[in-house]
Unconditional design. Sequence first.
Length: 78
Amino acid sequence: MAEMEYSGYRIVANVRPAEGAHGGEWVFDAATLYDASGNKVELAAPVATEAQYFESEEAAAKVCLSQAKALIVAGDIG
């Protein structure tokens, strides 16, 4: 599972294989954020209703982490 530290938060990308017609591709769910004490932090921003599909797990994780970083910068957390 891809993760990174950013601005005092630990971000964990929630990436999984796509199902059905998109088998062989990857999707991500909203990242999980933890504060410096290890407490889970809720995202205030809405989660996308339509999945984005990626050719690799790494590509999906990069976008997931990038979007979580943008939410931290915007203040759309907990």
